[in-house]
Design a protein around this ligand. Structure first.
Ligand code: URA
Ligand code: SF4
Length: 193
C-alpha cells in the first residue's frame, strides 16, 4: 500500500527541482496525475505546452486521446492509473529530451515507481520505452508484447501523438493495434482486482 505522505513529499521536492536546464524554461514541473494507489503506471515522454501550463500530465490532445482509448477497453485513467513522464519538465518546442536530461530526471521516476509499486507499467512511445528499458529498439518491433522486469509487467504501446497523426480506425492500423494492446492490459488488470 502506497504511503501517501511519502508520495506527497516526493512531489513537493520534485516541484522545486533544478537538476537540469529544462528547469530554466518550464512554467510548471509536471509530476503526474491520476491515482497513485492504482495498479497501472503509464509513462510518456515529457510534458507538452498544455501540460507545462497546467502542471498536469497528459491533459492536451494526446492525453484526451489516451483517456478515450483506455476507456474504450474499460480502463479509467484517472481512477485506475497513475500517469507521468520520463522527464518532468517540458523540453523547449517539444524536442525530445536529451540523454543527460533523462538521466538527471530518472531518480524522480524511480522513486515514483518504488512508492506506487505498480503491477503493470505502460510505456507510451519510443522515448519512454528506450529510456526506461535502456534499449534502442523501434517501437513497431517491441509494442504489444509483455516484458517482465523485477516483478512488473511492462507493455510498450504507440505514443498517442503518433496516433493523432494516424487517426484511421481501420483494422491493423496503429490505433486499432493500440486498442488490441490495451485489451491485453485490461485482461491482466482483471487478474489483480
Ligand atoms: N506527451 C507526453 O509524452 N506526455 C505528456 O504529458 C503529454 C504529451
Ligand atoms: Fe529536474 Fe527533471 Fe525538471 Fe530536469 S526535467 S529540472 S531533472 S524535474
Amino acid at each position: 500500500m502506497l504511503n501517501l505522505k511519502e508520495f506527497e513529499s516526493l512531489k513537493t521536492e520534485c516541484l522545486s527541482c533544478t537538476s537540469c536546464s529544462l528547469s530554466e524554461t518550464r512554467q510548471n514541473v509536471v509530476f503526474g496525475r491520476g491515482n497513485p494507489f492504482a495498479k497501472i503506471l503509464i509513462i510518456g515522454e515529457g510534458p507538452g505546452q498544455i501540460e507545462d501550463d497546467k502542471g498536469l500530465a497528459f491533459v492536451g490532445r494526446s492525453g484526451k486521446l489516451l483517456d478515450e482509448l483506455f476507456l474504450s477497453v474499460g480502463i479509467n485513467v484517472e481512477k485506475d492509473c497513475y500517469i507521468s513522464n520520463i522527464v518532468k519538465c517540458r523540453p523547449p518546442s517539444n524536442r525530445k529530451p536529451r540523454i543527460s536530461e533523462v538521466e538527471n530526471c530518472s531518480n524522480w521516476l524511480q522513486n515514483q515507481v518504488s512508492l506506487i509499486n505498480p503491477k503493470i507499467i505502460i510505456l507510451a512511445g519510443s522515448t519512454a520505452v528506450n529510456s526506461y528499458l535502456n534499449i534502442s529498439k523501434p517501437i513497431t518491433e517491441i509494442r504489444g508484447k509483455w516484458i517482465n522486469k523485477s516483478n512488473i509487467k511492462i507493455m510498450p504501446i504507440f505514443h498517442p501523438a503518433y496516433l493523432l497523426r494516424n487517426p484511421s480506425n481501420e483494422i491493423n492500423k496503429p490505433k486499432w493495434t493500440t486498442i488490441q494492446d490495451l485489451k491485453k492490459v485490461k485482461k491482466e488488470l482483471n487478474l489483480f482486482v
